[in-house]
Design a protein around this ligand. Structure first.
Ligand SMILES: *Cc1c(COP(=O)(O)O)cnc(C)c1O
Length: 383
């Protein structure tokens, strides 16, 4: 296996689930979003760990992501969060995925596809209370609920909304979230008043779990929290980054004053130094934008990147006074080095994007629950 790998700490993942459970209390079900390959952590192992740790539902973005989970025998309810095309609905029905629908046309298409597949398709009604993405208007919810309930090939299984600023503590955003939640509650009431059971009611993403206790309803959908990052500062629960990106030094060379490192000659040696090459680059998902603005951890110290991040490699300035050696391990993020959130902050993005973008070329190595120390878990699994 190549030197660059993403260690996925399943023990930390399970710890995160436990802390979320403690925060929301015993009642709400947990739906674990494993979309985008579980935010880059690997959908199948993470889905299995989530279920083992007590999640009742999984959520994906696409029918194909749902198919991947079904193909390995995962039988838990799988909610497809984004809208598929009508021609994907037959597969969705055959795979017994649950759809999140908010318009009558798609409800009809889903009913037809389910009928043709000879399956009963579970539908969660999606209400747009202010996210502006998908879902029906709150005032249209009860009529749409009636429509879903009217098809024999559909099962009206749940009702949901999504919050756009639940992770913000500004008074204005808190007010906005409260408004979204009250529109949602009113919609649920209107559905009940019309004589329909709204099924599993859910709204809370990670931010809402942390800042809006009244958003938990019957089920919560914590994504980024499961992976060990909080969308709010000073979160009221402890979570630990699950992904650790590591590599090893494949070459160390001494470079002389005036010599240049990497594309564009943006970095030149000002004092004789030792330069290490590590086999990780933007082709693995290490953002090129980190060039000149990033350090890695080797043993107990941090060493800066020298020059630009290339597609497959980059260079580290070890300085002159070092006992670092060729083949030594390098932590890029997620361990004792900085976190993906620190990297995200440098690039004006969010940790979601950093872990999602660590791509297929980087092997995932899963620590098992009983090997919580890195050296154990990695070595026993990787060789
Ligand atoms: C991705 C997603 C979530 C999880 O969001 P986090 O911010 O990662 O907690 C919840 N609900 C829906 C509809 C989503 O698309």
């Amino acid at each position: 296996m190549r030197a660059t790998r993403a260690i996925i700490h399943i023990d930390r993942f399970c710890g995160n689930v436990k802390h979320i459970r403690e925060k929301v209390g015993p009642a709400p079900l947990i739906c674990a979003p494993v979309k985008a390959d579980a935010y880059g952590h690997g959908a199948v192992p993470i889905a299995r760990a989530a279920i083992e740790a007590g999640a009742s539902y999984l959520a994906v973005a696409t029918v194909e992501e749902g198919a991947e989970l079904r193909s390995v025998g995962i039988s838990a309810p799988i909610l497809v969060l984004s809208l598929p095309l009508p021609e994907e609905l037959a597969d969705a029905a055959r795979l017994r995925l649950s759809l999140l629908l908010g318009d009558e046309d798609m409800v009809k298409e889903a009913a037809l596809a389910a009928e043709q597949a000879g399956e009963k398709l579970a539908v969660h009604l999606k209400i747009d209370t202010g996210m502006g993405r998908v879902g029906c208007r709150p005032e249209a919810a009860s009529a749409l609920a009636a429509r879903i309930a009217s098809f024999r090939s559909l099962m009206y299984a749940g009702t949901a909304t999504h919050l756009s600023v639940a992770d913000s503590r500004t008074p204005e955003d808190i007010r906005y979230t409260k408004k979204q939640l009250s529109l949602f509650t009113q919609s649920i009431e209107s559905i009940k008043a019309a004589g329909f059971d709204p099924g599993v009611v859910h709204a809370a993403n990670s931010g809402a779990i942390l800042l809006h206790e009244d958003a938990c309803f019957d089920m919560v959908r914590p994504g980024i929290l499961l992976y060990g990052y909080s969308p709010v500062e000073n979160p009221p629960i402890f979570v630990e980054p699950v992904m650790e990106l590591i590599t090893r030094i494949v070459l160390i060379k001494t470079m002389r004053v005036g010599e240049a490192v990497s594309y564009g000659r943006t970095w030149t040696v000002s004092e004789e130094t030792r330069i290490a090459t590590i086999p990780v680059g933007y082709g693995d998902g290490l953002p090129r934008g980190l060039s000149g603005n990033f350090s890695v951890r080797i043993q107990r110290r941090f060493y800066p990147l020298a020059g630009r991040v290339c597609m497959d490699q980059c260079m580290i300035d070890l300085g002159n006074d070092t006992d670092i050696q060729r083949w030594d391990e390098v932590t890029i993020f997620g361990g004792k080095a900085q976190s993906a959130a620190d990297i995200a902050a440098k690039l004006h993005t969010i940790p979601y994007e950093i872990t999602c973008n660590i791509n297929k070329r980087v092997p995932r190595v899963y620590t098992d629950l009983f090997h919580s120390t890195r050296s154990h878990g990695v070595k026993s699994n990787a060789l």
